[in-house]
Design a protein around this ligand. Sequence first.
Ligand SMILES: Nc1nc2c(ncn2[C@@H]2O[C@H](COP(=O)(O)OP(=O)(O)OP(=O)(O)O)[C@@H](O)[C@H]2O)c(=O)[nH]1
Ligand SMILES: [Mg+2]
Length: 476
Amino acid sequence: MALLNSEKLKKIKHQASSALNRVIDQHVNLAVTGLSRSGKTAFITSLINQLINENSDSKLAFFDVVHQGRFIAAKRVPQKHFHIARFDYDGAIAMLEKTQPSWPEPTAGISEIRIAIRYRPKNSLLKYFDEMATLYLDITDYPGEWLLDLPLLNQTFEEWSQQMYQLLQQQPRKQYAQDFIAKVQQLDPFQSADEELLKTLSEEYTQLLHYFREELGLSVIQPGRFILPGGLANAPILQFFPYLNFTDIDANAYQNATDDSLIGMLRARFVEYKERVVRKFYQQHFLRFDRQIVLADCLTPLNKGIESFADLELAINLILESYNYGKSSILSRLFSSKIDKLLFAATKADHVTPEQHENLSALLNQLVFQPKQKLSFDNLTMKTLSIAGIKATSSGKAQYQGNSLPVIKGVKLNDQQPLTLFPGLVPSQLPDQDYWQNNHFNFVEFAPQVKTNPCQPLPHIRMDQVLQFLLGDKMK
Ligand SMILES: Nc1nc2c(ncn2[C@@H]2O[C@H](COP(=O)(O)OP(=O)(O)OP(=O)(O)O)[C@@H](O)[C@H]2O)c(=O)[nH]1
Ligand SMILES: [Mg+2]
């Protein structure tokens, strides 16, 4: 009897302490990334907005804690790291709530915001301690371009240069890179380093990268900081470029080249970039993230064409490297990350008609899961979804030549005119030649919808599923 009692007591103590721990230990570091213009700011703004405006009208049916009536309230609290810029939620909301709403401004670099979410845990045992529990959610916004730099850590200057040369020689980059390639090929690698020349040529290389990203809609931009320099603008650490003539260089002479020769200085700056910029980011930030969402705008590349889409595919491959924990992976050798859930989300789903959403998720799924098979993602749960952080259109049907067609309706961003359109078909598989020849995806930018009631959460698509995947298990 005494034994039974002590065992029972032990069990109760154990249950009580794990429940208590759970209450105390409620904290998630959520990282949000994606290439520039992929929708990070809109996504984070919406996520916070859904949480702090949660009420009977909110549309979070798939978020269990809300669906089960256990959600109490959420509010912003001061962020944890004072040296990191604050995510400008108020600025973004002010833009979206104007009489003529506009999208939040582009952002550069990293920012952070903290939300405290109060809820009632499912486990009734907790009523002995406290009826409520709090989940502290730290959200970090950082550019996806920084993730694309990770493979550099595994490369020598020579290897990286050769890889960049290969990319620059393929269309559509080739057409715009000819001039730059010719200038670099004329250089004598062993001439003494001329800092002005390095500065001018690295600026030219940076302009090319901007053109690739912004005009051609390409995704593989290396080094990422060249287009998002933050506090490093004009620093010599960003003044290098790939050397494009390695096949003609004497290997010994290259090895022995000192840092005051042109090639030596390029190499030294590349090494410094890897150490002080790339490695530092992983050490300072990446290692503290628990959960990650990668936003991908798949629709703009579909609209731009086959080359832009192929580049997105390559970029997703490179990004996945960061989560590949296999023995030979870069990360497992250099760092040990604790990310246990990774969500890939195809953003701006409100740009396609609802019956295409499934295709959009399937397409992203293919982009992500093909490379995944070659890598090792033990202990990592992954999911793909198609979402809209801030829904700017409504969907309906229109009559066209006697047929009823699905359409989206919105207000065009450029001239504020109403527009109804069928934007096109999204392939459910990686698009083949046939798709590119016979389909044209029409991506028109829409203005955010006018908000009639400021207390109403922002309209969205599947943000509740995002919340459930990323936080559901922490709010049981
Ligand atoms: N229709 C629609 N458009 C969106 C949505 N999210 C983003 N956009 C569009 O995409 C643009 C870029 O969105 P941002 O949220 O600023 O993207 P970002 O990733 O933060 O961009 P950077 O700060 O430049 O890196 C916006 O200005 C909108 O035009 C969405 O959910 N629906
Ligand atoms: Mg942004």
